[in-house]
Design a protein around this ligand. Structure first.
Ligand code: FAD
Length: 288
């Protein structure tokens, strides 16, 4: 337990999964029951998402604390800075600290539709790298991670500028990175090459999302801006109408992606399985 960064020094691939907390007005117990099932999969850590702006963060702190204290798995708490003043970030970090959380994923987040101009304008941090710098300076007890984008972040004018911005993030304290989900491994390998040339040395976990329905792919692509290779769109065309076949084929696609990444010496695999331990189990059993 402790700093997740150290897990990348052991010479073996770091396996992690992402989960999300229930909304504040929803009961927390069903999510806790799902999350308990991750224990026997033995992930290196679970990461807990955070609603941009903080108002949608729901039970994020309680779920993160539950993972660490009750499930006995190390946790990475996401935190988003959009609409955050320094005082609000201080409150969030203190609450993490009081709950034994030592690792944070520093994200900018995207402006929620419900956020007022006043809330948006009150932000003290423009980029994730600004927040990382603040956390590193004022809360040295936290290990900080950051996000990176094999398909380029949708706002960046070009790939290289995005990577130069990523370097600022790492220089400002992000000691390991988790990638946005991607379906084409060549994009990830290219990003690693460009990072190497830019002297970015932080380890990177590859973000993999098993696509288990045609509808899910549509939503995912809209939210992440990730490109879809022909091999995956062929799977959707062939199995999209049949739920069971589609699920099987989507999981198989993720397993093949991960096997290829492992054979190329990836530092870590981060599964976007979103509270579905049974899918994580099937995949980890196949690839570990
Ligand atoms: P930044 O690093 O700030 O980058 C955003 C844009 O600004 C990029 O185009 C970048 O090139 C540019 N930029 C960065 N720094 C500079 C600079 N110094 N000067 C000029 N331009 C700059 N969202 C949520 O709301 N909750 C979550 O829990 C969540 N979890 C995520 C987990 C992962 C692993 C990933 C990959 C994304 C997650 N997101 C989450 C989505 C994320 O908030 C969005 O992708 C958001 O648009 C960008 O966040 P960022 O931290 O990468 O931003």
């Amino acid at each position: 337990m402790g700093s997740i960064r150290e897990k990348y020094n052991t010479g073996r691939t770091v396996f992690s999964c992402e989960v999300f907390p229930p909304k504040k007005d929803q009961p927390i117990e069903p999510t806790m029951d799902r999350i308990k099932e991750f224990k026997d999969i033995v992930p290196d850590f679970l990461s807990v998402t955070y609603g941009a702006g903080g108002s949608n963060a729901g039970h994020a702190v309680e779920i993160a604390s539950f993972i660490k204290r009750d499930v006995g798995v190390e946790v990475l708490s996401h935190i988003t800075s959009v609409g955050f003043s320094k005082a609000k970030l201080d409150d969030g970090l203190k609450s993490f600290s009081e709950n034994g959380i030592e690792n944070v994923l520093a994200l900018r987040g995207d402006r929620p539709k419900t956020m007022t101009d006043e809330e948006f304008d009150s932000r003290d941090f423009i980029h994730a790298s600004d927040m990382a710098e603040y956390i590193q300076k004022n809360y040295p007890g936290f290990t900080i991670a950051g996000a990176c984008y094999p398909d380029k972040h949708f706002e960046a004018p070009d790939y290289y500028e995005d990577i130069l911005n990523l370097k600022k993030k790492v220089d400002n304290g992000c000691s390991f990175l988790i990638s946005q989900l991607f379906f084409d491994n060549d994009k990830f390998f290219f990003m690693r090459e460009v990072m190497k040339k830019t002297n970015i040395k932080a380890p990177v976990s590859a973000g993999i999302m098993p696509i288990t329905s045609a509808k899910m792919l549509g939503t995912t692509v809209t939210l992440s801006g990730t490109s879809v290779p022909k091999s995956l769109s062929d799977i959707i065309a062939k199995h999209g109408e049949n739920d069971e076949d589609m699920k099987k084929a989507g999981i198989e696609y993720a397993i093949n992606q991960i096997r290829d990444l492992l054979s190329h010496g990836v530092d870590g695999i981060h599964l976007y399985v979103m509270n579905k331990p049974e899918i994580a189990r099937t995949i980890f059993e196949a690839v570990r």
